[in-house]
Write a protein that binds this ligand. Structure first.
Ligand SMILES: CC(C)(COP(=O)(O)OP(=O)(O)OC[C@H]1O[C@@H](n2cnc3c(N)ncnc32)[C@H](O)[C@@H]1OP(=O)(O)O)[C@@H](O)C(=O)NCCC(=O)NCCS
Length: 193
């Protein structure tokens, strides 16, 4: 099996021209991923909050990111393996490496994707809320602006416009998160609930 190498230093990213655009485009296609503009991925990479996994041929096979939430928490997300490299254990390996690297940080994750939950649990995360808790939700982030955004779920009526990521009120309380309450969030919330 391919041995993966993990890159997280900005200088290493410079050898992979167009990586951010490629991953950004991939996030548009995936139902469970929030859209991430390339500029945002680049900004995160400069802060060493992105890990790229490359194989022995120096081809990027996957990515993971650590998004800041509020003042002290982070969300591990943008976990992605390119389709042609899936089912080889890379998703699991990337996640394990990320948790080692970001050890000591307060990290949460929220997903409706059973696959990513499976990987998260195998990587040592603990489930503290479940689908049932989503009856009461809090908008966590709005990652897109109205001009160029796309979003997390193919079903969202705001695809290509606004994007909001919801967590259960219970989770918000646990991480001391105070919801944004701006106009975009309100519109999305009113539409969905
Ligand atoms: C989720 C994702 C990163 C998994 O990557 P991957 O490299 O294929 O996963 P792995 O090969 O490491 O598999 C990890 C586990 O999931 C299982 N698995 C992977 N794909 C599966 C599938 N399609 N169906 C059932 N099980 C699957 C594997 O068997 C393995 O389980 P095990 O360790 O108990 O045997 C990849 O499918 C992906 O990029 N999906 C699109 C983006 C996405 O949804 N990301 C999650 C955001 S919440």
């Amino acid at each position: 099996m391919d041995t993966l190498k993990f890159l997280y230093k900005w200088d290493d990213f410079l050898q992979f021209e167009g990586w951010a655009e490629k991953i950004s485009a991939a996030t548009k296609e995936e139902k469970f991923l929030l859209y991430q503009p390339a500029e945002k991925l680049l900004e995160m990479a400069q802060k060493e909050r992105i890990i790229l996994a490359i194989n022995e041929q120096r081809i990027i096979v996957g990515v993971i990111a650590l998004w800041a939430i509020g003042k002290s928490w982070n969300e591990v997300g943008t976990i992605f393996v390119f389709p042609e490299h899936r089912r080889k254990g890379f998703g699991q390996e990337i996640t394990r490496f990320a948790f080692e690297r970001w050890n000591g940080q307060k990290i949460m994750s929220t997903s409706k994707n059973p696959l990513s939950m499976h990987i998260a649990l195998k990587s040592g995360m603990v489930a503290v809320t479940s689908e049932g808790d989503m009856k009461e939700v809090v908008p966590l982030t709005c990652v897109c602006d109205e001009s160029d955004g796309v979003i997390d779920s193919a079903k969202c009526p705001f695809r290509d416009k606004d994007c909001v990521f919801l967590i259960s009120a219970k989770t918000a309380q646990m991480i001391n998160y105070v919801a944004r309450d701006d106009e975009i969030v309100q519109r999305v919330r009113n539409h969905h609930f």
